[in-house]
Write a protein that binds this ligand. Structure first.
Ligand SMILES: C[S@@+](CC[C@H](N)C(=O)[O-])C[C@H]1O[C@@H](n2cnc3c(N)ncnc32)[C@H](O)[C@@H]1O
Ligand SMILES: Nc1nc2[nH]cc(C(=O)O)c2c(=O)[nH]1
Ligand code: SF4
Ligand SMILES: [Mg+2]
Length: 229
């Protein structure tokens, strides 16, 4: 049943989503965990158009976040509507012993999810029984209600979200200060090799850096190895 959005602050709020899909978290500390990915449309560091990439604040993005034309994408009329679509992506637990259910998990990403994720959405998604994670570039504060914050800072931008659960740094980026980043109060610090034509070299360099600076651990994009979304 679709409930009306009772929260007056949420009235008229729409969410624009590129795609919604069920897969494994491929990256970071929680790699391997089944999750619904909710990819919001739009980013504040790049228009998403190829002709603007070179002049963008973030130039290495591996993601198409334009429009609403991906699987499960669309415009959602309010928190309740989007929470229902997210819950519908989680597999049925009919016939599965309760000990094997696990906690339903959604990852808000994008594009830049902090442009859209708000408390009303988190409340609606929590009411569906989900734990909530976010992948953000850290240039905007994360809304209250998010349970797991992954910040991936972009060199040359101002970091606003300076605390969280994991700091996942794409490596290398010219002008990045890993000493300063290592000092930020995150629970976990990870280096993720830049996926570009030199990815193998960046992976070897990131591996060497982690071995010599053991504050850092390596994050590989395992979904790309597995051939899953
Ligand atoms: C597509 S971004 C979306 C979330 C948010 N805008 C951000 O940048 O964190 C998701 C993750 O992919 C990482 N990423 C994007 N392009 C990448 C690339 N070419 N190589 C490695 N990681 C990349 C980002 O740094 C971020 O951790
Ligand atoms: N499987 C999978 N894991 C991911 N972790 C972060 C992703 C992202 O694009 O934010 C991502 C993604 O696109 N796919
Ligand atoms: S900030 Fe995130 S979504 Fe935006 S362009 Fe960079 S990697 Fe892509
Ligand atoms: Mg991705």
């Amino acid at each position: 049943m679709t409930l009306p959005d009772a929260d007056p602050a949420a009235a008229g709020r729409t969410y624009t989503v590129k795609e919604l899909f069920y897969t494994l978290q491929g990256e970071g500390l929680r790699a391997g965990r089944p999750a619904v990915f909710c990819r919001f449309t739009g980013c504040n560091l790049w228009t998403g158009r190829a002709e603007d990439r070179a002049s963008a604040d973030c130039t290495f993005c591996d993601t198409d976040f334009l429009g609403t034309d991906g699987p499960g994408g669309g415009r959602f009329a309010g928190p309740q509507a989007l929470a229902e679509a997210i819950a519908a992506c989680w597999p049925s637990m009919a016939g599965i012993p309760a000990s094997e259910h696990g906690l339903p998990y959604v990852v808000f990403t994008g594009g830049e999810p902090t442009l859209q994720v708000d408390e009303a959405l988190c409340r609606a998604v929590h009411q569906k029984g989900f734990e909530i994670a976010i992948e953000t570039n850290g240039t905007r504060p994360v809304s209250p209600g998010v349970d797991w914050i992954c910040v991936s800072p972009k060199a040359g931008t101002t970091l606003v979200q300076t605390t969280g659960d994991e700091l996942k740094v794409v490596y290398p980026q010219s002008g990045q200060d890993l000493v300063a980043l290592a000092a930020l109060p995150f629970s976990h610090h990870l280096l993720q090799p830049l996926d570009d034509p030199q990815r193998a070299d960046h992976t070897a360099a990131a591996l060497r850096y982690c071995l010599s600076h053991p504050r850092w651990r390596l994050s590989l994009q395992t979904h790309k190895m597995l051939g899953i979304p």
